[in-house]
Design a protein around this ligand. Sequence first.
Ligand code: FAD
Length: 378
Amino acid sequence: MNFLETRVLIVGGGPAGATAGRFLAASGVDCIILERHPRRTKPCGGGIPCGAFEELQLPENLIKKKVCALRVSPPKSTPFEICFQSGYIGIVERQEFDSALREMAQAQGARLLDGEFLCFLPPENGRCDDHIVCEAVSGGERLEVRSELVIAADGVNSRVRTALGMKPMASLYTLGAKLPAGGTMGNSCEFYFGRFATGGYSWIFPGGASVSAGTGSTDPRKLKPAYERLLSEKGVPPEAAAAPGPRGYRIPLWEGQPLVREKEKVLFAGDSAGLVMPFTFEGIYYAMRAGQLAAQAIAEGDLGLYGKLWRQRFRSRFLLMKGLWRIFLTTEAGTEALISAFRDERVQQMGIKLWLDKTSGRGTLASFINVLRKRVLF
Ligand SMILES: Cc1cc2nc3c(=O)[nH]c(=O)nc-3n(C[C@H](O)[C@H](O)[C@H](O)COP(=O)(O)OP(=O)(O)OC[C@H]3O[C@@H](n4cnc5c(N)ncnc54)[C@H](O)[C@@H]3O)c2cc1C
């Protein structure tokens, strides 16, 4: 058995883990990012609002396509387009993007280890008052990593959560594939509601030479028919999907999951904490910001600061979107009413502003709720 020692072990080198590593190392905190599949591409639309690139100082050359328009298909009425007055959604390729985030962390001094977290070693073996010992496997060898803290950034199927005996997360189920761009696909982000998805939506997101097409639903049995309906709507034969064909994956549903387990000295960031925006199911930005805030709390020596900062910045947005999702997206009539409200230019532009620029304050959020309430209820 090999041994390693660090102040913070980060399990998972996706957007949450790589960003945590970058900001920890930049603050002079020794850390190791443990990533089991550094060359694998996560199934993901890769859509990130433009404000995130500035806020987190990410290189814009990672953007494959800048999208400035959405096409929305409500359950019953005719589809419509929303053009952004300013800003864009940047589409990234996840393998390249995640690798670049890890390189940024390494450039600050974080250590990257190609390996898999297996479990915590039992107290009598490894855990004492101020240290945690994790067992991992790297290059076919067993490894013990001793650290003061662990950041769980290992995604929706988090093994750290399982190792701590936490229950699996409720989730939205997805089925999607890469399709060749062309025809009417590839210029805007397209969203389909109603018969295309139950409790979620189907999407087409442009990329470079391909588009990401898929469907998300709370009911896994409805995925395949909804995915086939989407392809048939776009006139795409099922065999057009790039190998390995359509892949299923889960997106966590946010339920106010704990961000820190102080006793065990574990912090959770990104999907492993359920930090995906309800309704839009946007997770990359929130994973990166959670990694950054967790790093700040550790660097300042106050783990409680992580939850405090997160609640100050994001809780009201998450609560609003969860409410909208529960009230409107779970019935076809509700979905029609809410989505149709976005035909109104004022609702469109306020919603787009909140999406693209997450630094906009509570005032913008309050005005949006007001306008939306009037438009949907009266
Ligand atoms: C089909 C689909 C489409 C999506 N589209 C978008 C979109 O367009 N825009 C958007 O913002 N969000 C989107 N999301 C959500 C987004 O992908 C996630 O919210 C985001 O990737 C979360 O980042 P993360 O770092 O928390 O987790 P992940 O990206 O899942 O990264 C976790 C990392 O941990 C590693 N890991 C896991 N277990 C271990 C272990 N035991 N040991 C070591 N390493 C481990 C994994 O290999 C992985 O690299 C989509 C999700 C899906 C499923």
